[in-house]
Design a protein around this ligand. Sequence first.
Ligand code: B1M
Length: 213
Amino acid sequence: MSLFEDLKLNVEQGKKEAVLALVAQALDQGHSAQQILQQGLIAAMDIVGAKMEQEEMFIPEVLRAAKTMEAGLEILKPLLGVGDMQVSGKVVMGTVKGDLHDIGKNLVAMLLSSAGFEVIDLGINVAPAVFAQKAEATGADFLGMSALLTTTMPMMAATIEELEKAGLRGRVRVLIGGAPVTQAYADQIGADGYASDAGAAIKVAKELGAVKA
Ligand code: B1M
């Protein structure tokens, strides 16, 4: 079995010690942190997702796999930095109301921080009014929302409405993402940007910052 197959299997089975050892081994062999993240840790969660859908894996096992993935990610964190430590803007971000998924959101927050953005992470299950209040109170330039469920995506539109009501829409650029979210959905609800992954989120946030400036 190849190292990446082994890594994916151990994430899926929630074997933390083995995952930590395999991530270290992959780094020793010269694989980049980005490659280990995409082809090992994130790829494993895609398998977990498919098994969850087929009812071959259930919540406790999925949670264990998610925690194992996060343990592997801890090793990669310092290596995923993208240089450029100047502050590029302030981002208030969180997972929308009703949604408890935070791995992708945490990854986006982490990469935005390492790209020089100041990130204020509101966590999970964030109500539209809370997003708007925090954006106002912190003087945020960007508001980032993550949704992993088709049923919670409408909370993104509700949050944009809340920003409009608070008179913040002109000042705060809205960036959205998450597995079910698409560019078409972003256009439909009037978000300023959509990113399919954490790397793209940085690119889009920088572009939006440049447009604003
Ligand atoms: Co859930 N879950 N889950 N789950 N879960 C999904 C999302 C699902 C697709 C699995 C499936 O059935 N195939 C499915 C959603 C179906 C749908 O709506 N269409 C699902 C379901 C149904 C559920 C429950 C309803 C199950 C139940 O209770 N019956 C329940 C809902 C709970 C709730 O939120 N209210 C539930 C619960 C859970 C756990 C708690 C067990 C756990 C979450 C643990 C945690 O997050 N701390 C969990 C997990 C782990 C998953 C899967 C397996 C993996 C998600 C993940 O972490 N991926 C997921 C299947 C899947 O997505 N393949 C699934 C890795 C992560 C790095 O990727 O989050 O997509 P992702 O983030 C990416 C991009 O999307 C993007 O960048 C990230 C990094 O590249 N991105 C952004 C994300 N946010 C962004 C924001 C941006 C820009 C880019 O700008 C601001």
